[in-house]
Write a protein that binds this ligand. Structure first.
Ligand code: GRF
Length: 213
């Protein structure tokens, strides 16, 4: 059997992105295996999804720790123990501390529900509507210490409809996010991806702009 890319997934909530990754792995669409699911929320529905699939899960509650770095170090001791080749933040809602990110930045990615560099941070659907943007989307980027500011690997784009609400926009974008995340991770199974904090390189070829899926 071809080597499967070992993936650790970080989650905080519903787990629809995790479910998309599980489905892609079990259907062999993705030559990868999820070696662990990690969360800052023991009650996250994503944890139950992983456990049901027999995937090792580990969840911590931030309030049991004194500070961000302490929490992160404990969580990532367990992430590292799973020996992942790629760490995927999939609906993970915590900002990771600089030390944790810097040590893993070449194999740490995040999916953000906006067309970065527009709308870093939270409440992106609301901000798209408030700004009157005509298009919206999602971005998969390498994680660097600055929030949602790492080099963007790939994006997906949808039109904003005049009738859109936050809910309709989020719901219409979600399946595109699922496809974007699977397609981007597929790149990692077939190519060497790296960055220099500014540019993404695929098999040492600099990418002039994010791939579009
Ligand atoms: C996605 O829109 C993702 O971009 C954001 O959380 C949403 C889905 O999370 N961070 P989940 O995978 O359903 O928990």
């Amino acid at each position: 059997m071809a080597n499967l890319l070992r993936i650790a997934v970080l989650v905080s909530g519903r787990g629809s992105l995790l479910q998309a990754l599980i489905s892609a792995c079990t259907s062999h669409r993705l030559a990868a295996q999820i070696v662990g699911v990690f969360s800052d929320n023991p009650q996250a529905a994503a944890i139950a999804i992983a456990a049901e699939q027999g995937i090792p899960v580990y969840a911590l509650q931030a309030q049991n720790f004194n500070g961000r770095a302490d929490f992160d170090q404990t969580l990532f001791a367990h992430v590292d123990a799973a020996n992942p080749e790629l760490i995927v933040c999939a609906g993970f809602m915590r900002k990771l501390s600089t030390g944790i990110v810097s040590a893993r930045t070449q194999r740490l990615i995040n999916i953000h529900p906006a067309l970065l560099p527009k709308h870093r941070g939270l409440d992106t659907h609301q901000r798209v509507l408030s700004a009157g943007d005509r298009e919206h989307g999602a971005s998969v980027h390498f994680v660097t210490p600055a929030l949602d500011a790492g080099p963007v690997i790939a994006q997906t784009c949808i039109p904003v409809q005049s009738s859109d609400s936050i809910e309709t926009l989020a719901a219409r974008l979600l399946p595109y996010e699922h496809r974007l995340l699977v397609a981007t991770i597929e790149l990692f199974t077939k190519h060497i991806l790296r960055h220099d904090r500014k540019n993404v390189f695929i098999d040492d070829i600099v990418q002039k702009s994010p791939l579009r899926f």
